[in-house]
Design a protein around this ligand. Structure first.
Ligand code: ATP
Ligand code: MG
Length: 234
């Protein structure tokens, strides 16, 4: 087997982030993190500890001030803008706290949006968005706009959008923060099914102990540093 097959899915090496050089506040102070394929891992830590910063850097939405991010053994933090957007479109899915759906588009159109950016033809997009909405249990809501959906349903549309292009990794920043605890638990059920049945790796942040308890590994950040890394027996 080639060495490539054994490379971790994601590896950060010495990742530092200083937002404004003048303020000299380091949001991340040398983070070394390895995420293997198939993980269902949470990032925990108090407000301001660097969870969103780390997710954004791993997701290539932001660049580290120092250090590197590798994906499948290949350094991605130095790719140019076009290469990065191509990488994101194919390899990553994002779920945000505030769903980030496009209000004028239907659930189906929101779900298929990454495929529009990839230039996939409409008939194929429709088929894939139908499948993705079915996976998240919203096949009967395909024509609804976000304002006609509950928060939990909107977040499930966001998950459908995140999985439509079959990414290896989904990054989710506080995906349950705007949901009540029951709806949040249902979203975690869905994420867990996608992890188990479709092999999608998840890295998600949360403040909520009930959410953290669902993770198989919890990585704790404090003041921009990794403070603990616990793997749960389940
Ligand atoms: N765009 C920005 N410009 C300047 N400083 C920032 C910016 N984003 C975050 N920070 C700072 O970086 C540090 C880490 O912030 P980050 O948002 O990563 O924390 P977090 O762990 O996600 O917090 P929360 O749990 O509140 O979401 C904080 O001190 C924050 O004030
Ligand atoms: Mg945050």
């Amino acid at each position: 087997m080639s060495k490539h097959l054994h490379a971790p899915l994601v590896q950060t090496h010495g990742v530092e982030k200083v937002y404004a050089a003048a303020s000299k506040i380091a949001a991340l102070k040398g983070v070394d993190l390895i995420v293997e394929r198939g993980e269902f891992t949470a990032l925990a830590g108090p407000s301001g500890s660097g969870k969103s910063t780390l997710l954004n850097i791993i997701g290539t939405l932001d660049r580290p001030t120092k250090g590197t991010v590798s994906y499948d053994g290949k350094v991605i933090s130095t790719l140019d803008v076009d290469e990065l957007s191509d990488f994101r479109l194919h390899a990553l899915g994002f779920v945000f706290q505030s769903y980030n759906l496009i209000p004028v588009l239907t659930a189906a159109e929101n779900a298929e949006y990454p495929l529009v950016l990839q230039g996939v033809e409409p008939a194929k997009r429709r088929k894939l968005s139908h499948e993705a909405l079915k996976l998240v249990g919203l096949e009967h809501y395909a024509e609804r706009r976000p304002d006609m959906l509950s928060g939990g349903q909107q977040q499930r549309v966001a998950v459908a959008r995140a999985i439509i292009h079959r990414p290896s990794l989904i990054l989710a920043d506080e995906p349950t923060a705007n949901l009540d605890s029951k709806t949040g638990a249902q979203l975690l059920d869905l994420m867990e099914d996608l992890n188990k049945d479709h092999g999608i790796t998840f890295l998600f942040s949360s403040h909520d102990q009930a959410v953290l308890e669902r993770a198989r590994r919890v990585v704790r950040l404090q003041d921009g540093e990794l403070k603990a890394d616990e793997v749960r027996a389940r």
